[in-house]
Design a protein around this ligand. Structure first.
Ligand code: WT7
Length: 656
């Protein structure tokens, strides 16, 4: 901040800019705008040279014949190369001083800790890989993972990768139905889970939920259960022949089985991660091996300016893409020491995050705007109680950050001297696509910044015409990039339709955005029917299809409305079938139904029972009207296509 003389803050017109401190730039991996420009230009014009040099420290058992094969929309990267990603994340460090360096610094919610060095993590991964193999799981199989934030979830993911099986991690907040759908969609052969996980001082019964999810599921042969809890805290039932204790399975297996990593093609599936889209069915986003490694490796190194002695903490859950890319693959391929925190940010109190930072001397913190807003609300005193001066770099992801939250993060957490990287990317992009580089670029709060190496974003009109600075439009990416999704699992047609049909020749992100004269992008938000609730992506169609499956529901419409802490909150409008009473119990029952079918994180803020929904004459629900009503706004726009205006009036009356 200017008053401490540490950072240069300037205004040009309305715009506020924060330059990196000279001290930060001096030590950064990339120090100047000229260096960034040169590398960016090279990444676009001579990608072969760029990627060859930038991946040289990674382990490729066979080099690639061709960098990229782009049969729009299908891309192959590092064509002909062979590797196993765990050799870059683990084995390669064992030949260096990193072998005794902490890889994972685990902090349990009750306060227990465990540190695994690279040597220890490697051993545990090889051991569990052996257990998987001994139980008939091998290359090409899919393994579902439903676990909390414990070292074993990372071990499980890496063990799958080590044997060439694709993992599909299902976020621990999802309910049994949602797990079942995902397992059925990808035909998983095994599940990795744990008895229970700590969350806000309570036990989340993960294994029991898996048991419920597996009813009627044919493809699952084995369930591996890690015991996190004591028997008093959590009892579980083990199904004979199907369920195996994690460490017993290791003991029973021939440990030599996991030592040699399965060498796979660069395009071999690494994982499937389900995300919400604009239809009711979640999309299984497929990421493959070589390109994903290259993308996560490079972004982690340059965006977080990762240095050998950093202690890095990404607070995301491993069940989302941020956890995959920036807790597991990116940091480990760089040999970083990563904090893994099990529980809630306010357990036992709102000082927990800052306490974890003090305790483990965290130097890089990557978190979400929704968490920052919650900390602001909790009060500065929680930050003040701890010494967080170890921090040197901050990052955010998941949604646009509002200026108030940005400034608080910058001043209160970053002492007005830590650069903040606001990273824009998606489950589909695999790694960070736009950001500032911390030692190079001035930050403009609210803008995510400029393209990362190898990425060519643009703003276009709905006709695909490129727009000029200041004009709002659709955010697209004009070229393929290594960590891009390869398809939607089992559904190439949906992949094409979803991402490559709106704008010819380009990947359509689903986001609306604009850029300024300096080439800084500002992402405004989704333009499709996808909500961003506390950084969780929720498809309104998914909520609606879950609701109409309820016996009492005739029709449903789900919309988002602005929310101070969550960014957006979910509001659902429902009409009931004849014979069902629209009372408070019904509202509660429908809310509970969504929690049970999808997960608690998708529970609506408000269930509104109405006599009818506003529709066009052709019978389409006019959600934009419901959005205005839910937000307490005047209903805007053209209402001439509305079939019955009195419907809107009666819904509005419910809100007054
Ligand atoms: C959507 C992707 C990528 C990891 C977390 C979410 C929004 C993400 C930003 C940002 C503005 C952002 C976009 C995007 N988003 N980061 N820095 N600024 N918006 O992954 O669940 O796939 O969601 O999150 O709308 O499309 P995801």
């Amino acid at each position: 901040m200017s008053d401490s003389g540490k950072s240069i803050e300037s205004f040009s017109g309305e715009e506020q800019r924060y330059e990196p401190t000279p001290a930060f730039s001096a030590q950064a991996r990339i120090k100047t705008k000229e260096e960034y420009d040169k590398l960016y230009q090279e990444s676009i014009e001579s990608p072969e040279t760029f990627w060859k040099r930038e991946t040289s420290e990674l382990v490729f058992r066979k080099p690639w014949d061709k960098l990229v094969d782009w049969q729009l929309p299908f891309a192959k990267w590092f064509v002909g190369a062979e590797l196993n990603i765990t050799e870059s994340c683990l084995d390669r460090h064992l030949e260096t001083e990193r072998k005794d360096k902490p890889a994972i610094i685990f902090e349990g919610e009750p306060g227990d800790t465990e540190t695994l060095t690279y040597t220890q993590l490697h051993q545990k991964v090889c051991d569990f890989a052996a257990a998987l193999k001994a139980n008939g799981i091998g290359p090409g199989d899919r393994v579902a993972i439903y676990m909390g934030m414990v070292p074993e979830v990372v071990i499980g993911m890496l063990a799958c990768a080590r044997i060439g099986a694709a993992h599909t991690v299902v976020f621990g907040g999802f309910a049994a139905e949602a797990i079942r759908d995902r397992i059925n969609d990808c035909g998983a052969k095994a599940v990795l889970t744990q008895d229970g996980a700590w969350r806000r001082g309570k036990v989340v019964p993960l294994k029991a939920t898996v048991d419920a999810a597996l009813e009627g599921v044919k493809s699952i042969e084995k369930v591996f259960v890690y015991r996190r809890m004591s028997a008093q805290d959590c009892t579980i039932e083990m199904q004979e022949g199907r369920d195996l204790d994690w460490y017993e399975a290791i003991k029973a297996a021939d440990s030599s089985l996991g030592v040699e990593a399965e060498i796979v093609d660069a395009e071999h599936p690494l994982f499937i991660l389900y995300t919400s889209g604009s239809t009711g069915k979640p999309k299984g986003v497929l990421h493959t091996t070589g390109g994903y490694l290259a993308g996560t490796h490079l972004t982690t190194k340059y965006v977080f300016d990762l240095q050998e002695d950093d202690v890095y903490w990404c607070t995301a859950d491993v069940g989302w893409i941020t956890g995959h890319s920036y807790i597991v693959y990116g940091p480990l391929s760089n040999g970083a020491s990563c904090v893994l925190y099990e529980g809630a940010p306010n357990q036992p109190d709102w000082g927990r995050f800052w306490n974890v930072i003090e305790k483990h001397k965290v130097s890089i913190l990557y978190t979400a705007p929704t968490a920052i807003r919650a900390f602001i609300k909790a009060g500065d005193e929680w930050v003040d109680k701890n010494d967080i001066s170890s921090l040197r770099l901050l990052g955010t992801v998941g949604e646009p950050i509002n200026p108030e939250a940005w400034r608080w993060f910058y001043q209160k957490v970053g002492r007005g001297e830590c650069p903040i990287v606001d990273t824009w990317w998606q489950t589909e992009t695999g790694s960070i696509m736009m950001t500032t580089l911390p030692g190079v670029h001035a930050v403009k709060p609210g803008s995510c910044g400029v393209p990362f190496f190898g990425v060519k974003p643009a703003i276009v009109s709905s006709e695909g015409e490129e727009l000029r600075p200041g004009e709002g439009g659709l955010l697209v990416v004009q070229n393929p990039w290594p960590s891009m999704l390869r398809t939607i699992w089992g559904d190439d047609e949906r992949f094409k339709a979803q991402y490559f049909s709106d704008i010819e020749g380009a990947y359509f992100t689903g986001d609306g955005a604009r850029f300024d004269q300096e080439g800084y992008f500002t992402v405004v938000g989704r333009i499709d029917d996808v909500l961003n609730v506390s950084g969780h992506r929720i498809g309104t169609a998914e909520i609606e299809s879950s609701l109409v499956a309820h016996e009492a529901v005739a029709e449903a419409a789900a919309v988002g409305r602005p929310h101070d802490l969550k960014g957006q909150a979910l509001v659902v409008f429902v009409t009931l079938k004849p014979g069902f009473d629209g009372n408070a119990e019904m509202e509660a029952a429908l809310s509970a139904h969504i929690s049970n079918e999808i997960g608690k994180f998708a529970r609506p803020d408000l269930v509104v029972l109405v006599d009818s929904l506003p529709k066009t004459r052709s019978g389409k629900i006019m959600r934009r009207i419901l959005k205005d009503v839910a937000a307490g706004r005047e209903v805007q726009g053209d209402l001439s296509t509305l079939e019955d205006r009195t419907v809107v009036e009666s819904i509005q009356a419910r809100f007054s």
